[in-house]
Design a binder for this molecule. Sequence first.
Ligand SMILES: Cc1ncc(COP(=O)(O)O)c(C=O)c1O
Length: 416
Amino acid sequence: MTRQRERVAGRTLAIEGGQPIRDTYLVFGRPLFSEEEIQDVVAVLRSGWPGMGKKTIEFEQAFAEYCGARHAVSIASCTAGLHVALLAAGVGRGDEVVTTAMTFAATINAIRQTGATPVLVDIDPNTLNLTPEAVSHAITPKTKAILPVHFGGLPCDLERLGELARSHRLAIIEDAAHAVGGVYHGRRVGGHGNLACFSFYPNKNMTTIEGGMITTDDDGLVEEMRLLRLHGLSSDAWKRFESKAFIPSRVVRDGFKYNMTDVQAVLGLGQLKRLEAFLATRERYAAILDEELAGLPFDRQLRPPLGGTDRHALHLYVILLRLEELTVDRDHILAAIREENIGVTAHYLAINEHPYYQRVLPYRPGDFPFAERVSARTLTLPMSPSMSEDDLFDVIDAVRSVLARYRVPAASAAAR
Ligand SMILES: Cc1ncc(COP(=O)(O)O)c(C=O)c1O
């Protein structure tokens, strides 16, 4: 599959004044909506009940079934889901929650919003996930929960994390924002008996625009989370709408305004039906990227073999540049690829490198060497199902030509 390679040889990069690889900007993670999904949204808008209602319940049931969980609670976002799940698990002021230094701000903010303290651990340099060893060293008498993040969609070692949680009586709250469709030991993420929080943000594996879901097998926790999601009210708004009888709603605890709507849910139902097809496209595109970009100066996140008992959900195709083989830094490579009109991006800056977290958490640059290696080297390449194969080859050509331009000549590399 080398059909466009001639475009790459000897061209002047756009960042140096040449013509970009493509005329229009390829947006990272552009969602894909079918005409049927659009019509379903229109029908809900016309129904007179666009807020949380029957469609939301239907979506919760369908998502729980997909994951193999007893329950699913829909929620305004994965961030809200993490907040609610942590509170339902009893996490609060004075508690510690062990999580990864390589994650999005949402993970840390949700922990801090409960009043608890995030305790960060470093990652495995190949999986980019936190390791059970690091977690075990971070557990103290104050630890209440472990919050693993399935980075890019690669499931964490839930078996060993589960053993740790059982022996120390800790909750596990999975940040599965990236892992919709991921599989660990033959069972989908969300179906392992923990609280697991998913994101349906537009660039995720499936979308409701904004939105998320929490899965659990615990009947008590599910009731608690439904209360927390809607003002602590004893009956959801849609039940009152449905019923002729007056159903008084009583506030029985603290709560938030974190519910989903039927407009989002109907989109989620449509997207869920197509999720396996989306995942198959992601797997096919990842295989093409693997093959076409082989031999370039980067390493990529470890991935379990296709068809095995573990499945990378492939929300992100993450590469780590070998900076010692390049003449410029990651930011320059990223800027050069963007100038080619390719929406490449970077996940993430390690938590201890953000100015705000340096003020409020006891960490400094240098504390998490593997996470910080990722901060300096990582690039995420676009590969979503909304892209055509031609789009994918634009990505390939842009990455090839930019890395070829800035690669240290073989002789000087060998001399190092
Ligand atoms: C690791 C991680 N956790 C949580 C979130 C929050 O998701 P949401 O935007 O649905 O709140 C994100 C968002 O991208 C994420 O990447």
